[in-house]
Design a binder for this molecule. Structure first.
Ligand SMILES: Cc1cc2nc3c(=O)[nH]c(=O)nc-3n(C[C@H](O)[C@H](O)[C@H](O)COP(=O)(O)OP(=O)(O)OC[C@H]3O[C@@H](n4cnc5c(N)ncnc54)[C@H](O)[C@@H]3O)c2cc1C
Length: 514
């Protein structure tokens, strides 16, 4: 068949071929489309995140206050989705919770700002329709009617051209690759799926594995620019497991007719954070924004509280959810050098998003992967091709996203500098674009945006229990083999919350038995 295609088969043969490859070409389409941010349904068997079943939650309504004795006092550090989900399950089980967030609003990396009175994520965010942990939480909060499902379009910018990549036939029309390589792109998935056990890939890099599976040309045109765009200087070190996870799980986020569908929350991710917050506070939990955990209070190897700018908050247990290097700073005075070093051994990349409010649309694509190394951003995401511009008073929202080390020039730029730097590149990509279209711009930076998943990553992941009694960590660097995402933040937050509730309950029973 490869030969027939390569040497010019008749149209009917091509049509049959198209039908056959249709089946498996969905996968590379999805993969290419979702490279910047991907999630999956796979439930890991690693040492983390398997505790969800430890404690059955007692109240059925999110707002039903636990009526028994308080089981203990827990301080949560960080008000992103991991911290919020943990606080939610703990309060439901009668634990007194104080959540500390150093920023003045909740949501962490999924936090928001306002455009025309409507909240919008600083960094583009959406869900896949199979992000089951988000959907389950939304259901528990009786907020299913707030989930909005939207069809989206994906494309790629390569060699000064735009390629639509929303369907398998678009892949067949992807002229930067010859027919054989287009087929190899599809076959990559079938070959990768033969790998049943991700652990056998732990010693390999994604680059090595992809070169073997689909050859140099497919790698050069499709995967290498995406890996470089996403992981910058770490691109060649990224584990094959990270990539395999994307292949294995493919995005199942499609409608019945095969079109891609993504999900959003009415009012943005901030509105969901708010809904969780209401559930927590209505059950007696406390949330303090603008309050950083400055230090841990540790007595004879056991955490007894958290120091903030306005005093010490007593705790029977503390759960920390910020990035590992920030947690390392907190534990440093109380743990061995080896332990704090182990927390620092996972590298992270930062991310910048330049958000443009435009008076008109740039294109009809929601998600544009940039496979052009001369363009300084890896993705152009036109959010209002997902959530309509009417939500933002008719303004069209475009994110220019780049993952980079926090030492990079772009990361260090001021907001006007970042805009001035970006405009000529945008004009090169969209020759009609005029700076006058820009009504407002915002430049957001996050230092710890993406943990770097290298070979043998499982050996690097710290356990959620730590050498300090009562002190636990639950961060996006521990989600492996999946990648970060609010879906997994919620899964992980619930799991750690349940684990800590169970430990406190056991301790209480033990104390009573004396
Ligand atoms: C560019 C980008 C795009 C993304 N797109 C998507 C997407 O489309 N869909 C999706 O589901 N996910 C997406 N994600 C991933 C998602 O945002 C994260 O996985 C998730 O928000 C992580 O939540 P978290 O609570 O684990 O961590 P974080 O959100 O990092 O929360 C940690 C919190 O701890 C706080 N903190 C730190 N130090 C202290 C201290 N000393 N005291 C008190 N508080 C402290 C921080 O301010 C922060 O709020 C994206 C991420 C990025 C960077």
């Amino acid at each position: 068949m490869i030969g027939l295609i390569a040497y010019g088969a008749k149209r009917t043969t091509v049509a049959v071929f198209a039908l056959l490859v249709h089946v498996f070409l969905w996968v590379p389409v999805t993969l290419v489309g979702r490279f910047l941010f991907t999630t999956s349904r796979y439930v890991t068997g690693t040492r983390l995140l398997t505790q969800e079943s430890i404690v059955q939650m007692s109240p059925t309504s999110p707002n039903s206050k636990y009526s028994g004795d308080p089981t203990g006092q827990v301080v949560l550090i960080g008000g992103g989705f991991t911290g919020l989900a943990a606080a939610y399950v703990l309060t439901r089980q009668g634990v007194q919770v104080t959540l500390l967030e150093r920023d003045d609003h909740l949501g962490g990396l999924a936090g928001s700002f306002e455009v025309n009175g409507e909240r919008l994520e600083k960094f583009y965010h959406h869900w896949f329709t199979n992000d089951e942990h988000v959907m389950q939480l939304v259901k528990e909060l009786h907020a299913e009617d707030c989930i909005l499902y939207r069809p989206t379009r994906t494309g790629m910018y390569y060699a000064n051209n735009f390629f639509k990549l929303s369907s398998p036939l678009d892949v067949l029309r992807f002229t930067p690759l010859n027919w054989i390589d287009r087929l190899r792109l599809g076959l990559l998935v079938l070959r990768a799926r033969r790998v049943k056990d991700w652990q056998q890939l732990e010693a390999r890099t994604a680059e090595e594995w992809l070169l073997e599976l689909c050859g140099r040309e497919v790698y050069r045109v499709v995967w290498e620019p995406l890996l470089r765009g996403k992981f910058g200087p770490f691109a060649s070190d990224i584990s094959a497991v990270w990539f395999w996870n994307k292949v294995k799980l493919r995005g199942g986020s499609r409608s019945k007719d095969g079109g891609e569908v993504l999900a959003y929350y009415k009012g943005g991710f901030a509105a969901l954070a708010e809904r969780i917050t209401e559930a927590i506070t209505s059950m007696g939990g406390q949330i303090q924004t603008g309050t950083a955990a400055a230090a841990l209070v540790v007595d004879e190897g056991r955490v007894t509280g958290v120091q903030t700018g306005s005093g010490i908050i007593r705790a029977d247990a503390v759960i920390a959810t910020p990035a590992l290097p920030l947690i390392a700073d907190l534990v440093e005075p109380h743990a061995t050098g080896d332990y704090t070093r182990s927390l620092r051994q996972i590298d992270y990349l930062a991310n910048v998003c330049l958000v443009l409010e435009l008076d008109r649309s740039l294109s009809s694509t929601y998600w544009l992967n940039v496979n052009d190394p001369d363009f300084p951003f890896v993705g152009v995401i036109e959010h209002t091709n997902f959530e309509p511009s009417t939500t933002y008073g008719g303004r069209h929202i475009v994110y220019l996203s780049k993952y980079l080390p926090d030492t990079a020039d772009l990361y260090q730029m001021s907001s006007p500098e970042a805009l001035a730097f970006s405009i000529p590149h945008l004009q090169r990509m969209f020759p009609d674009f005029r700076p006058e279209w820009i009504l407002a711009h915002h430049f957001w930076r996050a230092q710890y945006s993406q943990p770097i998943v290298v070979r043998h990553y499982s050996d690097r992941i710290p356990s959620q229990e730590t050498p300090i009694d009562g002190f636990y960590i639950a961060t996006m660097a521990q989600i492996y083999p999946e990648d970060r995402g609010t879906n997994y933040a919620i899964r992980q937050g619930k799991a750690i919350g349940n684990l800590v509730a169970a430990k406190l309950s056991q301790a209480k029973q033990l104390a009573r038995s004396f």
